[in-house]
Design a binder for this molecule. Structure first.
Ligand code: PEP
Length: 255
């Protein structure tokens, strides 16, 4: 297993935080702090209205911009929704799909996650696909089954070529926004399980090259240890991505 062959991705998920003006200020402050730190991709996934200002502010820097969701239809009567084409035209490069908050509060299912993944890929976006078990599922000993099922259904009809534009974030739901972090060993184990699913669905080579992030209360203190694990190729970071200093420490840990 050669971690060095895979791309590390440090991505912030801002959730419903930051206005357009705060976004511009944040990136102005962050850009010099992460300049030249090119051993990982640095992505900020931001609310829809912040995408255009973020793209503008990130021009000429090593910060990439992503969205937090995308609708599965190309266009049409879906009031309040946003298409892949719209995101693309605004300059978003990535999109988070299947975040547990979307699954929990907005009725997202494995099937709609799969539809969104396909729409995003067809629309030219890179996908950060979130999978992860609930606390009860971990306690029932079915973590492997849950993340494997979520991964398999999300990737139905995704080709090997398209897979190159997908990364997966393993996000145990009990660790998101709770301050409870999976141990580095737990994170490594489940990221490895996900890699195994990719190997079965595609090939050993595809799995070897595939980026699997950990997400769930990753912060300036615990990032280095989590990122040192062989199967952990980066992080999806909520709370700690809202502070330039903390986010920079995490980027540094990935160098
Ligand atoms: C997330 O929103 O994906 C996340 C991991 O949040 P936090 O880091 O705040 O737990």
């Amino acid at each position: 297993m050669n971690k060095a062959t895979r791309r590390t991705v440090i991505a912030g998920n801002w959730k419903m935080n930051m206005t357009p003006s705060q976004t511009k200020e944040f990136i102005k402050e962050l850009a010099p702090m992460v300049a030249g730190k090119d051993d990982c991709d640095i992505v900020l996934c931001v609310p829809f209205v912040d995408i255009a200002p973020a793209v503008e502010a990130a021009k000429g820097t090593n910060i990439k911009v992503g969205a937090e969701n995308v609708h599965f239809a190309k266009n049409g009567a879906y009031t309040g929704e946003i298409s892949a084409e719209m995101l693309n035209e605004c300059g978003a490069e990535y999109v988070v799909i299947g975040h547990s908050e979307r699954r929990q509060y907005f009725g997202e299912t494995n099937e709609t996650v799969n539809q969104r993944v396909k729409a995003a890929l067809e629309g030219g976006l890179k996908v950060i696909l979130c999978v992860g078990e609930l606390l009860a599922e971990r306690e029932q000993g079915i973590t492997e089954e849950i993340v494997s099922l979520q991964t398999k259904i999300a990737l139905l009809d995704v080709t090997a070529e398209q897979l190159k534009n997908v990364i997966i974030a393993y996000e145990p739901v009990w660790a998101i926004g709770t301050g409870k972090t999976a141990t580095p060993e737990q994170a490594d184990e489940v990221c490895g399980i996900i890699r195994g699913v990719i190997a079965k669905l595609y090939s050993a080579e595809a799995a070897e090259a595939f980026t699997v992030q950990y997400g769930g209360s990753m912060n300036a203190k615990n990032a280095a240890e989590l990122l040192s694990k062989v199967n952990v190729d980066g992080g999806l970071i909520g709370g700690a991505s809202l502070k330039t200093a903390d986010f920079t420490v995490i980027v540094d840990a990935a160098q």
